[in-house]
Write a protein that binds this ligand. Structure first.
Ligand SMILES: [Zn+2]
Length: 445
């Protein structure tokens, strides 16, 4: 609790700004309580909505005492899972988005993302993932995909996340990759399904609205290395670093490789402590004309990495950032490399833990968005608990990492559940110690 209060002291105030919901139950549960109930479903990793009813019983536990104290409410009963689902249908995803933005703005003010900035820009990764898959039509917005003899009906999402130190990733924007209702009735030549690239058209302005002044460096895989994404970056004033592959931009790749041979002196070599040798090379001011005849001046860099006793691996990126002896390593290591994190720390964790990203928490496509956002907020809270120095110091005293000590994220959720149920959180959990301010740092190694 200390960690959460530290990072988010205005917790209660924020929850109150969520849009109102009319509850048809006799008991009215404040929206801050219901939102917290929804987020707890994922923080505690209960796995299904029904588990809320069994695991968070008020009778004989400290659940209500603790939550009333945390949220400043005075409830005598707790909601059942149907009440939560009803609330999910009456609140809007916009409320969850606002809460998420406020959490991120707080992290930005605390300078959490300073150590990972790319030439002064906060790194923002975009990547798409599967959310739900059905064997038969689920709603009129499903993406349709043939797989062998079967047709799958899919819901996917494009995520944008800030990248912080120690594998901290924080969801900042989500675009649901869905078709327009009625798209199948359109004439064949207009019947285009939604995709990641097109979803960014809606996500980018939302990110600009939420972070108008922030210097952002957009990171993405080779899919984004195209005129469409370059144009979005330019329109929003963002820097970018995208994976550069010969298969995606063949002409530009050939030119890059030819020009590299003309500038053999543009090289920086780094020897890592484990014996890996990295050789960075770059070319500035490559001309590129995209399929819509827009002209771009791009910079490109590559890193040939040779671990001891292994063959070399080649990584390359295309960027608008200036490349030189002074900047090339920073652009590659902070801009190019973190790309895998959204997969490892983000989606894999969300799918393979008790958060169960791919579980159908609701079949209603509008409610799904609300559950999805609660999951993203819970994921951030759990990451801060895991990466925050309070818990790390505690487990380090026992010679362990946080995950080494608890064994898994599900176990962290389990311990939080035990605490919520069985332990009346003491007064000092809610008030910072007088005198010196507690500093909860994030591991930046
Ligand atoms: Zn659907």
């Amino acid at each position: 609790m200390q960690t959460l209060r530290h990072f988010f002291p205005q917790w209660g105030t924020w929850l109150d700004q969520l849009p109102d919901s009319r509850d048809q139950d006799a008991i009215v549960y404040p929206r801050r309580f219901l939102t917290c109930w929804g987020i707890l479903l994922y923080v505690l990793q209960l796995g299904s909505r029904r588990q809320l009813d069994y695991q968070l019983r008020a009778e004989g536990t400290q659940v209500l005492t603790n939550l009333n104290r945390l949220l400043g409410t005075r409830l005598a009963t707790r909601p059942v899972h149907d009440t939560l689902d009803h609330f999910a249908g009456h609140t809007t995803a916009a409320g969850g988005e606002r809460l998420r933005t406020q959490l991120n703005q707080r992290l930005l003010r605390m300078k959490v993302f300073e150590p990972t900035r790319v030439l002064g820009h906060v790194p923002l990764i975009t990547d798409g993932t599967g959310h739900l898959a059905f064997g038969q039509r689920h709603c009129d917005r499903c993406l349709k995909q043939r797989q062998g003899k079967k047709t799958l009906y899919l819901h996917q999402v494009l995520e944008a996340k800030f990248v912080g130190p120690a594998g901290l990733v924080s969801s900042v924007g989500s675009a649901f990759i869905e078709n327009e209702p009625g798209w199948e009735q359109l004439p064949a030549d207009e019947r285009k399904q939604q995709c990641e690239l097109k979803a960014m058209d809606a996500l980018a302005p939302a990110l600009k609205r939420d972070y108008p002044q922030l210097k952002i460096c957009w990171l993405g895989d080779a899919l984004w290395a195209c005129g469409r994404a370059f144009a979005i970056a330019r329109a929003h004033g963002w820097a970018f670093v995208f994976t550069f592959k010969g298969g995606r931009l063949p002409g530009l790749w050939r030119e890059f490789q030819a020009l590299l041979r003309l500038v053999p002196e543009q090289v920086v070599t780094v020897d890592l402590p484990d014996g890996t040798r990295q050789e960075y090379r770059w070319v500035n001011r490559l001309d590129y004309e995209d399929s819509e005849q827009r002209r771009w001046t791009l910079n490109a860099l590559q890193c040939r990495e040779t671990p001891p006793g292994e063959g070399p691996k080649l990584f390359a990126w295309v960027t608008g950032l200036p490349l030189s002896r002074q900047t090339v390593v920073e652009v590659a290591t902070r801009g190019g490399r973190p790309r895998w994190r959204i997969e490892n720390e983000g989606f894999n964790r969300q799918k393979n833990s008790g958060m169960r990203l791919e579980h159908v928490y609701s079949t209603d496509p509008d409610k799904l968005r609300v559950y999805y956002l609660w999951l993203q907020i819970a994921h951030l809270l759990l990451l801060l608990v895991e990466k925050g120095s309070l818990l790390r110091r505690l487990t380090a005293a026992w010679g362990q990492t946080v995950l080494g000590w608890f064994g898994s994220w599900e176990n962290v959720g389990q311990r939080l559940l035990e605490s919520l149920r069985n332990w009346a959180w003491p007064e000092e959990s809610f008030t910072p110690p007088a005198g010196k301010a507690t500093r909860i740092g994030l591991d930046s190694s």
